[in-house]
Write a protein that binds this ligand. Structure first.
Ligand SMILES: *[C@@H]1O[C@H](CO)[C@@H](O)[C@H](O)[C@H]1NC(C)=O
Ligand SMILES: *[C@@H]1O[C@H](CO)[C@@H](O)[C@H](O)[C@H]1NC(C)=O
Length: 499
């Protein structure tokens, strides 16, 4: 989700579809990795030395910088979950919060115990938590005169009557949140070697929300808050990098299947086939220069200026957006090209805001390949599964184009989870570029703790994580999904009309 800039220049629609499903699952055992020193594992001398120096670093109160690992939960499919989230530990003693991974905003905020309008339950089957500054021994308020109060360029930080530095964010879908800033400890896992991670903590400023409006009030996709990974000075990556605890580069690999999950690290996931495009300088969001879209290798007749900030609202990379959005001038030729490519295999159906196709042959392979070309010669190839959502009922397969029209009068292009999943995506803030490489996010990855990626700093994530088991039985989950899906169809007059 992208936040409105104070001047209202950019609004991004966060998409909330009302599918009837309500279930989510814990991360599956994607990465069979171990935390800390597993009982059966013998440490090499080098690892012991690394562990010792990390520990000494902590004893001396000097920070240990390195790759910081955050777990990933959730999935991209809007009919199932439609968001990715991580767990972050705040306060003393540390308490855990589930927060949406959002490269479209800058601040980490969580619902506070004083919240008005915060949902009390979540349909994502997570227990919602509320931060209570009174129960954390290390929490303090950020006062209006604090430098950190004016450093946040995303919102106009304000001053509440009791001298608390306050904020108000409004998101593109009309929802909003406001509250005040807290300074407290954040705890996280720093990876020392490929088999070793240590708990680290650092002082951190985050938002304590006491008011929520719009979709943020609904239990449908409720999480505890938002994990802002933007470039602003209060974002998670900026605050840890400024303290020397993490590199100024981060990466994710979001699994696209219904189990979801994936990898997120402050560090650079190394893939030899990563293609980079420069970030557009001095933007609030991760803006890139999209230049053309091709369907089946045919470049679509779209004036490239619709993708730029000079004449449009630009093109942004945003994990906080579920789907992908194109302005009318690009959306129409895009849908038309796909429709004509599959016209012989099935009939078009309009379902809510989706252009769908009932493909009688049932195979997604009849859909064309799409490629997006960016400045610097980087292309992002989208297979049918990277731009379609499946809607399947017995006997027939309905595929819907996940790309949507951007909401008028906005002329913004947003590349959300729909296209970012099943790829390594690297946000290199040092060299001001974004890279991607198609990858199976259930595999292990090599991560570099420096943006430059000296090979000596590269560690493999192979072993440091826990294997986590599903929170609910997978077959029960599938059964619920089917029931929910049938209900959904029955309740949708729109759809019945076409059946
Ligand atoms: C690290 O944190 C985890 C989870 O918060 C905890 O279970 C574990 O005991 C901690 N380990 C150390 C060495 O502090
Ligand atoms: C990690 O790096 C090593 C050494 O460069 C390489 O052999 C291996 O294939 C890499 N693994 C992955 C998953 O990228």
């Amino acid at each position: 989700m992208a936040v409105d800039s104070p001047s209202g220049v950019i609004i991004v629609a966060a998409v909330f579809l009302h599918a009837a499903t309500t279930i989510v699952f814990g991360s599956d055992s994607v990465l069979k990795l171990e935390r800390l020193i597993p009982p059966s594992h013998e440490l090499s001398l080098a690892e012991l030395r690394a562990f010792d120096s990390a520990r000494h670093g902590r004893l001396l109160q000097s920070p240990v910088g390195g790759v910081v690992d955050f777990p990933v939960y959730g999935a991209s499919d809007p009919f199932l979950v439609g968001l990715y989230y991580t767990k972050v530990k705040l306060g003393t003693p540390p308490r855990e919060f589930n927060v949406q991974i959002d490269t479209g905003s800058d601040v980490l905020w969580v619902a506070c115990s004083s919240c008005n309008g915060c949902p009390k339950t979540s349909e994502l089957q997570i227990e919602l938590s509320f931060f209570d500054p009174g129960t954390s021994s290390s929490a303090s308020m950020v006062s209006c005169s604090d430098k950190r109060c004016s450093s946040n360029f995303e919102s106009e930080s304000g001053c509440s009557p009791n001298n608390l530095c306050s904020y108000a964010f409004k998101y593109g879908d009309g929802s909003g949140t406001s509250g005040y800033y807290i300074s407290d400890f954040v705890s996280f896992d720093t990876v020392i070697t490929s088999t070793l991670a240590i708990n680290s903590s650092a002082p951190f400023v985050f938002g304590c929300s006491n008011l929520q409006t719009g979709d943020l009030q609904r239990p449908r996709r409720a999480v505890d808050g938002i994990f802002g990974l933007g470039q602003g000075s209060l974002s998670v990556v900026s605050q840890l990098a400024t303290q020397g605890l993490a590199p100024r580069v981060f990466s994710h690999c979001l699994k696209g299947d219904s189990n979801g999950g994936g990898v997120m690290v402050l560090g650079q996931i190394k893939r030899p086939d990563t293609l980079y495009t420069p970030l557009v300088p001095s933007q609030l969001h991760y803006n890139v220069n999209l230049q053309s879209i091709a369907v089946n290798n045919q470049i679509l007749p779209i004036d490239p200026s619709v993708f730029t900030i000079a004449t449009g609202d630009g093109t942004i990379i945003d994990t906080g957006t579920t789907l992908a959005y194109l302005p009318d001038e690009a959306y129409n030729p895009f849908v038309q090209a796909i429709s004509s490519a599959v016209s012989q295999y099935g009939r078009p159906i309009t379902y809510e805001s989706y252009q769908c196709f009932d493909i009688t042959s049932g195979s997604v392979d009849v859909f064309p390949e799409v490629s997006l070309s960016f400045a610097g010669g980087a292309t992002m190839v989208l297979t049918p599964r990277d731009y379609l959502q499946m809607f399947s009922s017995s006997g027939s397969s309905i595929w819907c184009i996940g790309f949507q029209r951007s909401q008028q009068p906005r002329r913004i292009t947003i590349l959300g989870d729909l296209v970012l999943k099943d790829k390594v995506v690297v946000y290199d803030l040092v060299r001001q570029r974004i890279g991607w490489a198609v990858y199976d996010c259930s595999l292990e990855v090599n991560v570099s703790a420096t943006g430059g990626g000296r090979s000596k700093d590269v560690i493999n994530t192979g072993q440091w994580r826990d294997s986590k088991s599903s929170e609910i039985d997978y077959y029960y989950y599938l059964f619920l999904l089917q029931v929910a899906f049938l209900l959904h169809i029955l309740l949708s007059r729109n759809f019945l009309h076409f059946l």
